[in-house]
Design a protein around this ligand. Structure first.
Ligand code: ATP
Ligand code: MG
Length: 244
């Protein structure tokens, strides 16, 4: 097991957004987090990476056991040393080249010497097919290229797990394929991934594990094939049927 949460709760003001969330993820899992808009998928992913603070719960990450109610900054940073996060809107620095975007975390956060950072970054860019764009600025790239650069930035830090929050939903349909194809290659290579997505084809074909959420709860936690062929709840069955 790489990570798990037990009894995670999260409110915004007086609204309970995540309620009693428990699940675990094995190394090499590709987990698709599915559900209607507003069910708390993004909030859950952000809590796992401490971009948002959960109110309570137990979080195990590798050998570390954290009480989410009392997590210190240092503990959160220690987890984040081993994770990468890919955002819907890429979040690239627009005034830096692709290569500079990818080396930034290595040089600043990890104190890797520049030459070595450059080498690591070029390897990461090669994994997403972007070495020829190393010196380009983000504004000159297509959405698919921007997202692949953002994936390379996360990969360069050698994470144990990658979190993706709807990585293709800001893209033109014609450009989603190149990003999904990179993600599929990563999953097939054994990268542990948690992917919030509305791309059910990707979830069905690439993920091995599905978490289906409704109103801040996990309604189904299943093997991916089982989920798509025999959903247990009526909500999940309707959700699958409604997909284009
Ligand atoms: N910072 C915030 N402050 C207050 N409420 C929030 C905040 N972020 C999210 N919410 C609320 O929490 C609920 C869950 O939001 P979340 O973004 O996690 O849903 P989601 O499942 O990712 O939806 P979508 O598929 O549309 O991205 C929503 O009702 C949303 O309005
Ligand atoms: Mg979301």
């Amino acid at each position: 097991m790489l990570l798990s949460v037990e009894h995670l709760h999260k409110s915004f003001g007086s609204s309970l957004i995540l309620s009693d969330i428990s699940f675990s993820v094995d190394s090499g899992d590709c987990v698709a987090i599915l559900g209607q808009s507003g069910t708390g998928k993004t909030t859950l992913l952000r809590c796992l990476n401490f971009l948002e603070r959960a109110d309570s719960g137990i979080y195990r990450f590798r050998d570390t056991l954290l009480d989410l109610e009392h997590v210190t900054r240092r503990q959160a940073d220690a987890v984040r040393m081993h994770t990468g996060f890919v955002f819907q809107e890429f979040n690239l620095f627009l005034n830096k080249t692709v290569l500079q975007n990818v080396t930034e975390g290595l040089i600043v956060a990890r104190r890797v010497p520049k030459d070595e950072a450059r080498k690591t970054a070029m390897e990461a860019l090669s994994r997403v097919g972007m070495t020829d764009k190393a010196d380009a600025f983000p504004l000159s790239l297509s959405g698919g290229q921007k997202q692949r650069a953002a994936i390379a930035r996360a990969l360069a830090l050698s994470p144990d797990v990658l979190f993706f929050d709807e990585p293709t939903s800001a893209l033109d349909p014609a450009l989603t394929g190149e990003v999904l194809s990179v993600m599929r290659t990563l999953a097939e290579g054994g990268m542990t991934m948690l992917v919030v997505t509305h791309e059910l084809g990707f979830a069905r074909d690439v993920s091995n594990h599905v978490l289906y959420m409704e109103q801040g709860r996990i309604l189904e936690d299943a093997d991916s094939h089982a989920f798509f062929t025999h959903p247990v709840t009526e909500g999940a069955a309707k959700f699958i049927d409604a997909a284009p």
